[in-house]
Structure formats: C-alpha cells, structure tokens
Design a protein around this ligand. Sequence first.
Ligand code: GLN
Length: 402
Amino acid sequence: MAQTPDPEKHKYVSSKAALFEESVIRKMTQVCLQHGGVNLAQGFPDFPTPPEIQEACIKAIRDGHNQYARTWGAPSMVEALAEKMLWFQGMRIDPGSEVTICCGTTEAMIASLLATIDPGDEVIVTSPFYENYGADTILCGAVPRYVTLHPTPGGFEFDRDELAAAFTSRTRGIIVNTPNNPTGKVYSRDEHQFIADLCIRHDVLVFTDEIYEHILYDGRTHIAIATLPGMAERTITIGGLSKTYSVTGWRVAWAIAAPPITAAIRKVHDFLTVGAPHPMQVAGAAALRLPKSFYSDLARDYSRRRDMMWTGLKAASFTGHYPEGAYYIMCDVTPFLRAGEDDTAFALRLVKEAGVATVPGSSFYSPPLLGNRQIRFCFCKKDETLADAAIRLRQWTECNRP
Ligand code: GLN
C-alpha cells in the first residue's frame, strides 16, 4: 500500500485518492482469472452457501423485502444479532440504539472511523495488517502508527513495550483484528486485557474486526474485547455475515457500539450508503438464528482445510506459520526468489507458471518493503481446489527447487 504522494497524479484526482493504490488482494483475483489459475488470493469461498441460507434470501425477495430497509438495519436483523451476541459472547446490546448494519465490514470499519476520528488523530494498527486499514486511515485523515506482530516459533506476538510506547497524547484508537488476517493469530485473554488496560489508561477507542470470530482451531475460543470490564463504552465491535455464512457477496455486516457512538456511525453510514441490502438482512436474521452445531461444523470443516493446505505447502517446500484462526497462511518465499525478484514479481510468476494465485506480502505492510519476501495463501476453498493447488505447487517446486 503506497502512502507517498503520487507525482503522476491527474489534476482532477484528490491528494487523498492519490495516496493509496487499488487493492492488491482484489487485483490478484483478476490476474488469476486471466491465467485460469486456482485462486488462493482473495479470501472468499468457492463452495456453495448453505442451502437454508440461500432459501431464506430467495424467500425474503418473494416476501417483498425489496425496497430500502430502515437505514441502520432491518428490525429482524438487529434483533437476531442482539440474540446471538448474548449467547455467543454474553454481550447484552440494545438493538434499538447500539447497532448499525453496514455494507460489509469494509463499510462498518470506515464508517466507524469517519464517525470518531478527526484529521491528525493517531490510530494504532498492528502490522502486518489487512490492507483496507491503510486506506481507511488515509480516507479519514488519521495518522496510522504501526506496531509489529513479530513472528516467533509459537506464533505472532506484539512486544508489550512497543505497543505501550505507541500510545501518545494524539492516539484516538487502536484497530484489533482477531482472528487475524493475514497472520492467523488469535489474541489470548491476557493479550486482550493488556490492550484493554492501555485503552482505558489513555481513554481511547478500540475498533475491532471480528469477521473470523467463528473460524478458530484446536479448541480456541473467541473473545470480544468489548466484554472486558470498562470496554463496552469504548469499543466498536465489527463483525459480519460474509465469512461465517459464506456470503461474501451479500455485503451485510454490523458495528456495535454505545449509543452516542452508534448515533454518529448511523449518520455516516446513512449518507454513505442509505443502507445494506434488504433481502440479505432478512436472510441474515435467519442465518444468525442457526443452531450452535452450525458453528462447530464450520470450525471443523475449516480445520480440515487448514491441514490440507498446510500439508500441500509443506510438500512443496513452502514454510509459514500454522494458523490459530482465520483462513490464511503467510509464507516466507526467500528461498524461491531469483536475484532482484520481490514478492509481487514472485506472485505473478507463481500464477503464470504454477497456476496458483496468492497475495504478495507487501500489501500487508507499511512500508510495503517489509513484506517483500512473503506471500499469503488462503484456504477457504473446496477440498478439490486445495488438492489441485497442492499438485500444481508440488509440480512447480520440483522444477524450481529452493
Ligand atoms: N478479507 C478477504 C481477504 O483478505 C477478502 C478481501 C476483500 O476483497 N474484501 O482476502
């Protein structure tokens, strides 16, 4: 993600828009299509949406939910969300004053930031980070302060002194993404408590991205930081339908926050989008009321996919970090790089030669150079797709041994 002024900027393009480039994640999907490759770049499922969720949407359309929904969320959707947050996280939320239904967590995050951040405010972002946060901070005039998630044999960890030192008198908030994209890290209760203590001490906000809240492995459980003492009033809890229910194209998500913050988010959201798709919200209410077994089945299926991907990567001599949650594996490709080749050139070579699309690691760092020896694989795919990718990678590495 470029964050320096573009000298080639067209006279009609704003300085803000010139400060960042189009999403590399989404661009790699287009590159993959050109080469007829297997898309392990952009994180969306290639398996079908559960039939009962599809049917609920078709029914919602037939039942006439085809005009604007209430701008901040259809009644059935916000009520179902409040019910679910209660059993899932023990969060008691008022659907009338503490929820905004948005067009994807992408909009939930930018609307939340625009509603609470003034130009020049600092926002702490752990790095590597999901690329949208870089553009989000630029769009709302914030100054991002990156804190490194260090790779360790036990997983990715932030240094507590480094995180504490990132809080200044200008800090307005911190973005916390757990389970984490792209590292696969799941924050522990202790880490959450450490972040919460800092936020309370400095009286700042937490913007959470909990879109992978049900995709955790090896018995781990998700903790919403808003449930820690003193955090509900300062946390904007963001989640959505996309990943849990395999409906990334529906664009339905939520931002949960205390009433005064929600009132501001709702205004921004209204003028940005008017509202999220109505039939998808009505169907979302049905999805949110699925039995608890749905979530254990989901985690079990993703655990199998993780292990297929891991085994395939190992067999092809790729090394990375075994994820604790979410559905990505970051790999260090240093042994494969030709002289002068960076992550982007390597990812383009891999899609052309092996027919497997990935995301260059630099898209997750600022400055991008920090990630120029890594690529990200996603594994939210059918078993056949993962098996096909494993064969392609293995055949490719046989001719390109590190
Ligand atoms: N979150 C997914 C990823 O990181 C999809 C991103 C997107 O294109 N919205 O790949």
